[in-house]
Ligand binder design. Sequence first.
Ligand code: GUN
Ligand code: FE
Length: 446
Amino acid sequence: IFYGRIVHSKSLKCLQIYTKAALGVNDDGKINFLDEDVTSGEEAAQKYAGFRDAKIMTLKPLQFLFPGFIDTHMHAPQWPNFGIGMEGDNLYWRENFTDPLEVTFKDTEKARRVYSQVVQKELENGSTTVAYNTTIHYEATTILADMCLQYGQRAIIGKICMLVNATHGNWEASVEQSIEDERKTIAYIEKVDPDARLVSPCVEPRGGSFVPGALMKGLGELCCRKDGRLYHVQTHMAETTQDVARMRKLHPEFQEYSDMYHHYGLLHQKTILAHCVHLSDHDISMIAQNNAGVSHNPNSNTCLTAGECRVRQLLNAGVKVGLGTDCSAGYSPSILNAMREASNVSRHLVIRTGDPSWRLSIEEIIFLGTLGGAQVCGMEDKIGNFEPGKCFDALLIDVGLNDNINSDGWEHDDLALVKKWVFLGDDRSIRLVWVSGQLVAGKDRS
Ligand code: GUN
Ligand code: FE
C-alpha cells in the first residue's frame, strides 16, 4: 500500500491529484484499489480485504506517485548518436550519422553493450514502456528483447524492414529475407515471453519511402496472427514533405500515405505512426476511422526541421496521440523533455497562426506522455494510469532533492508541484521505478 499524494490522468482534460490517497498493489503487480480519501495507509489496510498485513509506504511531503512514462517511438541503435547530427535535414542526418551507425549492429556484441545501456537508461528516465525501433538485423533485435526481459521493461519490438532509399548498405537483401527475418523475430519474442507479459512483437516497415509494395504486402499479411488477432505495427509516416514525395514515387498507385498503409493491411488499432507532420485531411480521417495512433516526436521534428505536428487537429479528429523521444533525431531520452517540447511546439503554432486553440495545457501534455501513449500502444486496458486492474507501472517522484524545484518563495500547492516537476525535473527526482509491481530502477534502489 502506498499512502500520500497520487497523480494521474483520467482523460485528456482531467488530471487527478489526490493528496491523501492510498493505492494497493497485488502480489501479481496489478493495482487492487485506489482510494482517494483515507487518513493513513493503516486505515486502508483495514478497509481492503487481503491487505491487512500489507507493507505500507507513506510518502513524504514533496513526494508523489506518477504513472510510468510511455515512449511511443525511439530507435535503440541510435543511442550512441544522441546530441550529434542535427546540422542538416533528415536525409543529411541519415546518410551521415544514422545509416553508418545502424549497419554496425550486425555486431551482436556491440548490440549487447548498447542495448543493455539503452534499456537501463530509459528506465532511469522513467520510461516503463517503450516502442523500440531497431535495425535490419534479426540477431541484434532479439538481444534487445532479451535486455527488456532482463531489466524488466515493457516494450514493443520489431526488426526494421527496409529495401530502398538508404545509404552505407543499410538495406536488406530481398523481400523474402526481410519478411523471413521479421517472422523469426516475432517467433523469438513469442518464445521468450509467450504471454507478452513484458515484450510484444511488432511488424516494422521503416516507412513508405523505404519499403516497396511487395514487402508492404508481405508485412501486412504477417500482421495477421494465427488466432485472428493482429500484431502491433510501428512505422514512420509523413515526417517530411520529401518523405511524402518519395512515398508517392515508390507507390505510384497511391496519392495518400494513409491509403497505401490501409491497402496493405497496416493501418489498424495496433498501428503506431511516428511523426505525422505532413498529413492531408484525408490521412487524418483515415487514421481516426481505423483507430491507429500517432507518436508525436516534437524534439526530433524540431531538430531535423521536419515541421510542427498539429496535435490539436489530430485530437479534435479523434486520433489517439502519444509522445516519443525519437532518439537520436531528438536529443533527449526523457519523456519529460518530450512533454515540454510538445508544449513549446503547440505555442509556436499559436504564435504563427494567432489561434490560441493550438496551445496544449499541462493536463494535456501529461496525458500525452502517459495515458495517451498507452492508447497509441493499444495497451490502455493495461497501463497509462492507476485504475484498479491495471499493472502498477509507476514512478516515485521526490522533488525535495532538486534545488531548481524546491526553491523558497512559492506555495506548495499540488498543481504547482506537478508543474515544477514537469518543467524543471529530471531523472534526479525519480527515486523509484516499478514495472508490473517489480522495482526496476531509480536513485533509491539498492
Ligand atoms: N525516417 C526514416 N528513418 C528515420 C529515423 O530513424 N528517424 C527519423 N526521425 N526519421 C526517419
Ligand atoms: Fe523515428
